[in-house]
Design a protein around this ligand. Sequence first.
Ligand code: SF4
Length: 329
Amino acid sequence: MITIENTTEKGSPVVKPTFWNNKKRYYDLKSYWINRFGCRVHKLPIDAGFTCPNRDGSVAPGGCIYCDGRGSALRQAGELPSVADQIRRGKAFYQKHSGAEKFIAYFQTFTNTYAPLEKLRALYDEALAEEDVIGLSIGTRPDCVSDETLALIRSYAERSHVWLEFGLQSFHDRTLRAINRGHDAEAFREAVRRSGGGPILICVHIIIGLPGETQGEILETARQIARLPIDGIKIHSLLALEGTVLGDRYRRGEQEIMTREAYVETVCDILEILPPEMVIQRLTADGYRDILLGPAWAGNKLAVLNAIDRELERRDARQGGKYGATPYT
Ligand code: SF4
């Protein structure tokens, strides 16, 4: 069903699904939480001490070429606090500063399924035992979810709110080889097939501006994602960070980085391709300011988000406007 929700400044109609319940031209995460739970929800990032099979040599040596390998700020500061401690500190902060009432424990740092089953169970249980934690979000790689791990995650999803976040970055194997991902696009397709379609919600991460990718290839990644049972997406631009292979190339002038204008236009193109019900969890990168070599504009998240809003407004476009062969009705 489509509904005319409001009008642009120019007076032309903005047709958007009523379920967004927002003033955006895309279905943002904040609106999704309010729709789903009727209150403010915050994802609390957790570093549970995991490593990554693409950093320890189990998959490919060296890791992804843009990965700085530092882990969270907490890990850099010394001994990691327990999961429960991290949640309690995060809760206190966000209850005070953002008015959040409920929380999702976001296992974010490195590959959060890369451990024996019993260890995973203990960590996830520890998080869900905390008051006001209503679910989990688990960041991982498509090649690191065994059937046993999926069965465990599914058991949580049957009684709470659970997202599985897969790093994909691109649907093109040439690009995945160029960035040393250590898996191909088929691994992602297979992971979605095995984990989606049930109570687990799937989120995919992609990067815009990867080495050698054309605009057409970036949009083809979006089209492939739009055809899969994926519930959410995180998008950010390629960042050249200190201490990475990509950062070294950038310093030597061997790696081009997108302008903000090109990034904003590409994000808007992608949003138009994606289905209107897909939750847009992120449109810019967070953090990294202390080691960001380029692009400088990526350090100003709000300006990027505002520019995306302005570009969608200029086009009179919205998420899902070009989704599928037929218009969204
Ligand atoms: S999969 Fe993630 S954590 Fe592992 S090397 Fe790549 S970016 Fe780093």
